[in-house]
Ligand binder design. Sequence first.
Ligand SMILES: *Cc1c(COP(=O)(O)O)cnc(C)c1O
Length: 360
Amino acid sequence: MVALFNQFKNLQDNLPYHELSNLPTPINKLSNLGAHIGLNNLYIKEDDKSGEPYGGNKVRKLEFLFGEALAIGVKAVITFGYAGSNHATATAVHAKNAGLKCITALLPQHNAEYLRNNLLMSYVHGAALHHYQTDLKLRFNTFINIFNYRIKNNHLPYWIPPGGSSPTGIVGFVNAAFELKEQIDQGLIDEPDLLYVASGSLGTSVGLTLGFAALNLKTKVVAIRVIDSSFVNKRRFEALYKATEKLLKKHDPSFPSTDFRQANFEIRDEFYGGEYALSTESSIAALNLMREKEDILLDPTYSAKALGALISDIEEEQDKEKTFLFWNTFNSQELSPFTSQISYHSLPKALHPYFEKVQS
Ligand SMILES: *Cc1c(COP(=O)(O)O)cnc(C)c1O
């Protein structure tokens, strides 16, 4: 179900879309956690269940990105991320199911168990994995790889930026805002006052903010930065917001014109912890509390930092009747049926240290 298309038929006709997901994702009340932190109306949007066999927030973007790639007629996609990137893994898994070859170019990051599982998951789904020690080496080799690919195949692979956050990918989260509006109309949740979401390449928070502006919802998007501020900042937010709005208006002039100066969002820096994928005290506490009270597993890199921010803000909040929505962006599908069949020795050598020098 594509809620955006229900309202804008021109978008349905003009924007290529390739279904990968189980939309709408559920909305649920977190009664136990809410009671524990003194909130009466705490909800979760379960994008962890967005797709199979790999969910999380990237699936929504990939539906529009693959739609475009398939419409152009390419046979392969190329994308980028840190070694444990959920985005790179989601792209690899769903590319295979969409009949596309996936090439990923990765950079070093802090080691973690989820990282190792993601690498194995990408490999099992046939991705060509490349790992480079520096950004410069990645750029140089990507250029060579693409050049070689072009010679062999006579076309270029479709380019997906880190996190899938091109305007085309971000449309997936404008759609998510329209999906939430339908769930509000169905009475599953009141119009949220505040929505907390982890922010890395910005597409998720930008798409939701633009969608809420188009719908005239009061919901404020609180974007929790989990990566260096060169990736998450107001200037990039504005550029992506305006480019996505322009794309939508190009395909459907009846899509509302919004005023970015009125856009209802906030970027929060104080929960980052100084290094991508490094846990903080508040993210570990949030992760444990969510597991204990609701039996929901978050990840320390993204979703637990967003929940940590929400919990910290509640302590200051005067109005406990406000409706808070926590947007769960982390995949919750079990990967072991895929990853347990395979040894890391099959992966490119450059990735072996993640399996041999395990700190945690
Ligand atoms: C990528 C990712 C995010 C951040 O989404 P962006 O659109 O890149 O800002 C949040 N949570 C998880 C689990 C992710 O993998």
